[in-house]
Design a protein around this ligand. Structure first.
Ligand code: ATP
Length: 239
């Protein structure tokens, strides 16, 4: 469904991504793990068209999307749930969800999708007319996830969905992402909580300083000595 081939991305003189390749097959959950600054967010931003590719290709559903605008890429079916739950703080829950589908005009279907999101997140339903800035961190994350689903994406990308959330909310967030995959939506997720991410994925890539030294099933990475030492310190007790 999504294929990245030899992607290079630069910020001025800094080469953040140094020729990586990866595949996200349809209906699978693929994760990118790695340290801060490894290039995980940049990879997602490149897929969304927010960061240009210096070289390489990004192919989605057989179409070369390299260099297309973010709105064109969204229209093709790729949604991006960015790091830090960037909801619109002065807009209500409903207005935030509407922003997720600004390209759509099928009013009835939009209303049905919004009801579906409210079914998934009852707390948001209760707070539908509240401005997003007054929601708790967990509720804002749910809203960011809900907003990304409003475009009916074929592929949804989550950037650090667990960041800054209380442990019980983290578990709930991962459950929702598992549910999104189970409903047939393809997922590409960046996550620093490496153990949880590797445990729930179909396939994983390790990013280190803009390169991809290792890939495989979550189980393979969980059992890799380098991954265990460098990234699973806190997760060893579960392994
Ligand atoms: P994090 O989890 O901290 O977001 P990451 O793996 O997602 O880390 P990126 O945010 O993709 O990493 O950053 C990759 C590299 O690019 C880092 O060296 C970072 O300092 C650099 N970088 C990221 N954004 C910019 C920017 N807007 N301008 C300049 N350099 C940037």
């Amino acid at each position: 469904m999504l294929e990245i081939r030899n992607l290079v991305c630069r910020y001025g003189k800094v080469t953040a991504i140094k020729g990586i390749s990866l595949k996200v097959p349809e209906k699978q959950l693929v994760v990118l793990v790695g340290a801060n600054g490894a290039g995980k967010s940049t990879t997602l931003r490149a897929v969304s068209g927010l960061v240009p590719a210096a070289s390489g290709q990004i192919i989605f559903d057989g179409t070369d999307i390299t260099g297309l605008s973010p709105s064109r890429i969204l229209a093709l079916g790729i949604a991006h749930c960015p790091e830090g739950r960037r909801v619109f703080p002065y807009m209500t829950v409903i207005e935030n969800l509407e922003m997720g589908c600004y390209l759509r005009s099928d009013t009835k279907e939009i209303a049905a999708d919004m009801d579906r999101i409210f079914g998934l997140f009852p707390r948001l339903a209760e707070r539908r007319r509240q401005v997003a800035g007054t929601l708790s961190g967990g509720e804002q994350q749910m809203l960011a996830i809900g907003r990304s689903l409003m475009s009916r994406p074929k592929l949804v990308m989550f950037d650090e969905p667990s960041l800054g959330l209380a442990p019980n909310i983290v578990e709930q967030t991962f459950d929702i992402i598992r549910g999104i995959r189970a409903s047939g939506t393809t997922v590409l997720m960046v996550e620093q909580n490496a153990y949880a991410a590797l445990d729930m994925c179909d396939y994983a890539y390790l990013l280190e300083a803009g390169t991809m030294p290792l890939e495989g099933t979550g189980e393979k990475l969980i059992n890799d000595p380098h991954v265990r030492e460098a990234y699973l310190g806190a997760g060893m007790a579960h392994a």
